[in-house]
Ligand binder design. Structure first.
Ligand code: GLN
Length: 246
């Protein structure tokens, strides 16, 4: 089996160790004997919707989002076609915002999004949303997904489904308890971290979705995730303790 991963704008969208997610996916595939090829695509590169099984976009501050937005808008139809054909996708924070309909920045600009997610983002005028976050993702059972968020933008879902529900932290907008967005096999989220190192259940979920495109339902042999899960559990308990719930 071979998995083709496309890393979009690696030099522009890479905050708080987001690139680490590629490493995690790479290793977890390799450990199962799955060949994995990572292709970086950036400004001006052509995106063939048939080539890739999994796309990754990291986060980035407004300035980097500005540099990326027109190019991503041009690639939008191909990226959306790939997702319609079953490709999986993970986009974090700044990358996630540009996959909605638009991001209205604090300085008053409107950066167009590609509309993969029926959602939009408005810059927050008061407080920046910063801190630890834990969410519940229905398809992943009771083990929470934990991470770290740092954004001014508030994302509001229209018809888009959330990725999960906030247990602790702010998520999309700090008011409706939703976090991230989901459309077919595409996931957008505010969780940096790098997210997948502390959430191996989410990493495998993405790998399975990505492999489905070419190979149908795939069972991934289990790995020894005791250390990763202990980290997840520990962080989760710490969050709750600081919230006075534990
Ligand atoms: N510039 C965006 C915001 O602050 C995204 C930042 C990020 O990717 N962390 O809302």
């Amino acid at each position: 089996m071979k998995l083709r991963l496309c890393h979009l704008y690696p030099e522009l969208l890479n905050l708080y160790g987001d690139r680490g997610n590629i490493l995690i996916l790479y290793r977890r595939a390799q450990w199962r004997g799955i060949e994995i090829e990572v292709t970086p695509l950036s400004l001006g590169d052509k995106l063939d919707p048939r080539t890739y099984d999994l796309f990754f976009l990291g986060g980035g501050p407004d300035q980097e989002q500005r540099l990326v937005s027109a190019d991503l808008y041009a690639k939008g139809p191909w990226l959306k076609e790939a997702v319609e054909q079953g490709a999986a996708l993970l986009a974090i924070c700044g990358g996630y915002q540009l996959l909605g309909e638009y991001y209205h920045t604090f300085s008053g600009e409107t950066l167009p999004g590609i509309g993969l997610f029926a959602a939009y983002t408005e810059a927050g005028s008061n407080r920046r949303i910063k801190g630890n976050i834990a969410i519940q993702v229905e398809e992943l059972g009771s083990q929470p997904v934990v991470g770290f968020e740092n954004h001014s933008g508030r994302t509001f879902l229209k018809e888009a489904s959330p990725l999960g529900q906030v247990i602790y932290g702010d998520g999309n907008n700090g008011s409706d308890k939703t976090e991230g967005a989901r459309y077919r096999n595409a996931i957008g989220t505010y969780l940096h971290g790098p997210l997948l190192s502390k959430n191996p259940h989410l990493a495998d979920f993405l790998l399975r979705l990505a492999l489905q495109r070419r190979y149908g339902e795939v069972e991934l042999p289990p790995l020894d995730d005791s250390l990763e899960m202990a980290a997840n559990e520990n962080i989760y308990r710490r969050f709750l303790a600081s919230k006075g719930k534990w």
